[in-house]
Ligand binder design. Structure first.
Ligand SMILES: [Cu+2]
Length: 324
C-alpha cells in the first residue's frame, strides 16, 4: 500500500488488492526511453473483416531518464496501440489476457451490440488470465474515440491500459482537415519508493508523475510546423482520476469536435483552454501565427512537475510546438 493511504482495520481485502503496488516480479519486458506508444496497430483481413489483436500484460515503461513505472500495457505500449479504422469498417478485436487478473475492453462512445460493450460482470464474463475474448462490431460513427478496460478500471486503466481509436469518415469531406494531426493521451502516475501504484483522487493515492502519450516533459514529443499551418490536436481523456485544463499558448484554437462528434460549422467556437475530464475528447484546430516555441500544457501547475521538480521549464503534462 502507498505510504499515507487511508486504511482501517475494516478496509476490505479486495480494496487493498486494487490499490496495491504492481508486483515488480511480474514485469515481463522493460521498455527504454526511446520506446513510444500509440503506434498504429496492424490488422489482417478475414472475409471482409479487419482483425486486430490486443494483449494486455505487465511491463516496465520509462517515462523520464531513470524513471520507470511498473505498468499494465496493451501490446507493450503506453498508450496502447492506435486502432485506426474507417467509418463503415467491420472489425474484430481479439483480446488475450496476459495480466495476473481478469480484464475486459470497453469501446468508449461507440454504438455497438450490447455484448460487445465490455463491462465485466454486466454484459460479459471477465476475460480470465490466459483467455481470449473477441469483440466484433461495425464502426458507424467517425471521430476521436478510445478504448480502456471495464474490469476494475480504477486499477487497470490507472496503471496504463488505454489507447486511441481513430475513425476516419467514410466521406473525406466530413473530416475537419488540418496540416498536422497530433493525438494527446493524458495520464497520472504514483511512484513511491520504487513501486508503482494506481493513482487515485484520495489521501495517499495522489499522483506525482504525469504523462502525455506515456512520457513526461521534457521527454514528450515536439510538434514541428511552419507559420500559417494548422494543427489538429485531439485531446483524449484517458486520464482516470483527474481533470486537466489543457491550454495552448500563442492564441486561441477552434473547438471543432467534442466526444467524437463534429460540431456544426456555425456552432464551433474559439477558446484557449479545454477541461479534459476522464472520458472526454476534444478536437481543436490551432493555427501557427508566429514563429517560436509555443507550449501545450495542463493549467494545474502541479501537473507540469515531475515529482514536484521542474526541469527545462516544466514537467509532466507539457509539450512544445516548434514553429519555424
Ligand atoms: Cu492537469
Amino acid at each position: 500500500m502507498p505510504p499515507g493511504m487511508i486504511m482501517a482495520r475494516d478496509t476490505p481485502a479486495d480494496a487493498m488488492r486494487d490499490m496495491a503496488a504492481v508486483d515488480p516480479n511480474l514485469t515481463a519486458d522493460t521498455y527504454d526511453l526511446q520506446a513510444r506508444g500509440d503506434q498504429e496497430l496492424p490488422f489482417r483481413m478475414e472475409n471482409g473483416v479487419k482483425v486486430f489483436s490486443l494483449r494486455p500484460s505487465v511491463i516496465r515503461w520509462t517515462v523520464l531518464p531513470g524513471v520507470t513505472v511498473d505498468a499494465y500495457a496493451y501490446n507493450g505500449q503506453i498508450p496502447g496501440p492506435r486502432i485506426h479504422i474507417r467509418q463503415g469498417d467491420k472489425v474484430r478485436i481479439d483480446v488475450t489476457n496476459a495480466l495476473p487478473e481478469p480484464t475486459s475492453v470497453h469501446w468508449h462512445g461507440l454504438i455497438l451490440p450490447n455484448q460487445m460493450d465490455g463491462p465485466a460482470d454486466i454484459t460479459q464474463n471477465p476475460i480470465e488470465p490466459g483467455e481470449t475474448y473477441s469483440y466484433a462490431f461495425t464502426a458507424t460513427q467517425h471521430g476521436t474515440y478510445f478504448y480502456h478496460p471495464h474490469a476494475k478500471p480504477d486499477r487497470e486503466q490507472a496503471l496504463g491500459l488505454y489507447g486511441a481509436l481513430i475513425i476516419d469518415p467514410a466521406n473525406p469531406a466530413d473530416e475537419v482537415a488540418a496540416n498536422h494531426d497530433y493525438t494527446i493521451e493524458l495520464q497520472e502516475w504514483l511512484i513511491r519508493e520504487g513501486l508503482t501504484y494506481p493513482a487515485m483522487p484520495m489521501d495517499g493515492g495522489m499522483p506525482n508523475f504525469f504523462t502525455i502519450n506515456g512520457k513526461a516533459y521534457p521527454e514528450t514529443d515536439t510538434i514541428r510546423m511552419k507559420v500559417g499551418e494548422t494543427l489538429k490536436l485531439r485531446f483524449i481523456g484517458s486520464n482516470s482520476g483527474f481533470i486537466h485544463p489543457m491550454h495552448v499558448h500563442g492564441g486561441p484554437f477552434e473547438v471543432v469536435a467534442r466526444d467524437g462528434e463534429t460540431i456544426p460549422a456555425d456552432a464551433r467556437f474559439n477558446a484557449d483552454t479545454v477541461n479534459v475530464g476522464p472520458g472526454q475528447r476534444y478536437d481543436v484546430i490551432w493555427t501557427a501565427r508566429r514563429p517560436g516555441k509555443w507550449l501545450v500544457h495542463c493549467h494545474i501547475p502541479h501537473h507540469t512537475t515531475n515529482n514536484n521538480v521542474e526541469q527545462q521549464g516544466g514537467g509532466g503534462l507539457m509539450l512544445v510546438i516548434d514553429v519555424g
